[in-house]
Ligand binder design. Structure first.
Ligand SMILES: NC(=O)c1ccc[n+]([C@@H]2O[C@H](COP(=O)([O-])OP(=O)(O)OC[C@H]3O[C@@H](n4cnc5c(N)ncnc54)[C@H](O)[C@@H]3O)[C@@H](O)[C@H]2O)c1
Length: 246
């Protein structure tokens, strides 16, 4: 049976670990070709592991010139770009009075500028391809107000807004732009890799479905948005948060 992403070519950022690495593996399993990027060199090993369907580049998503190289290499290797998953992100807690300007600007560069540059970089290739799907990784922190995460919250609300505006702007070119809004997902970002079970239990107790999410909880909505199954869906927010936002 053909995979749900057979014939698609995707760029996935922040693919060395966590949700991005899971997306890389799942996209290849569903028949896609992928360009995986990350600031961490280990993204190259993941591409090796996935064989001919995957290539990788080290890439800081706030680096405009490097985005041009990522797009050029993807086109040279696979001939087109159907999907962009803007997944790379950073999170550091901090209230408005505790947060340094440096921390605020760093979050802006990775989470917000990186998403903008990613979207802008693929538009021409997607237009030439007759359409495409851009998936911006947002958060519950881009839907509601949370205390003590002003830098992160600001960038994720910006991603929410950019997604909707860009969805309208690119709809005439059949380029769909949607956002996903994970809740607490057990990845290195929230300390999941460190195996701090006490902290994990405390976090899980705040979730109506009484558990943390996993990368498996995020992957199906991402595959759906990347595939033609969602061809009439644009500007949407897909939330997978175990009911945290209720
Ligand atoms: N884990 C959660 O609870 C949660 C919840 C909501 C949203 N998110 C979002 O999901 C996305 C993936 O996070 P994750 O949970 O897999 O975390 P993670 O920390 O495991 O992975 C993030 C990846 O982004 C990469 N990265 C960091 N800065 C980068 C840069 N400048 N350029 C390129 N890559 C960079 C990291 O090296 C890492 O591989 C992020 O956008 C995050 O904000 C996570």
């Amino acid at each position: 049976m053909p995979g749900r992403l057979e014939g698609k070519v995707a760029i996935i950022t922040g693919a060395a670990q966590g949700q991005g690495a899971h997306e890389g593996r799942a996209f290849v399993a569903e028949g896609a070709k992928v360009m995986l990027t990350d600031v961490q060199d280990s993204v190259m090993q993941l591409a090796d592991e996935l064989g001919d369907a995957a290539i990788a580049m080290t890439h800081d998503v706030s680096d405009e010139d490097r985005w041009n190289e990522v797009v050029a290499k993807t086109l040279e290797t696979f001939g087109k770009i159907d999907v962009l998953v803007n997944n790379a992100g950073i999170f550091a807690p901090g209230s408005i009075t505790e947060t340094s300007t440096e921390s605020y600007v760093t979050h802006f560069k990775v989470n917000q500028l990186g998403t903008f540059l990613g979207m802008r970089s693929v538009v021409e290739a997607m237009k030439a391809n007759g359409g495409g799907s851009i998936i911006n990784t947002c958060s519950g922190a881009g839907q509601r107000g949370y205390p003590d995460m002003i830098s992160y919250l600001s960038t994720k609300w910006a991603v929410s807004g950019m997604t909707k505006g860009t969805a309208r702007e690119l709809a005439p070119f059949k380029i769909r732009v949607n956002s996903i809004h994970p809740g607490l997902i057990n990845t290195p970002m929230i300390g999941g890799a460190a195996g701090d079970t006490e902290l994990m239990q405390e976090l899980a107790a705040t979730v109506p479905l009484a558990r943390l999410g996993t990368t498996d909880d995020v992957i199906e909505p991402v595959i759906y948005l990347a595939s033609d199954l969602s061809s009439y869906v644009t500007g949407a927010e897909l939330t997978m948060d175990g009911g945290t936002g209720l």
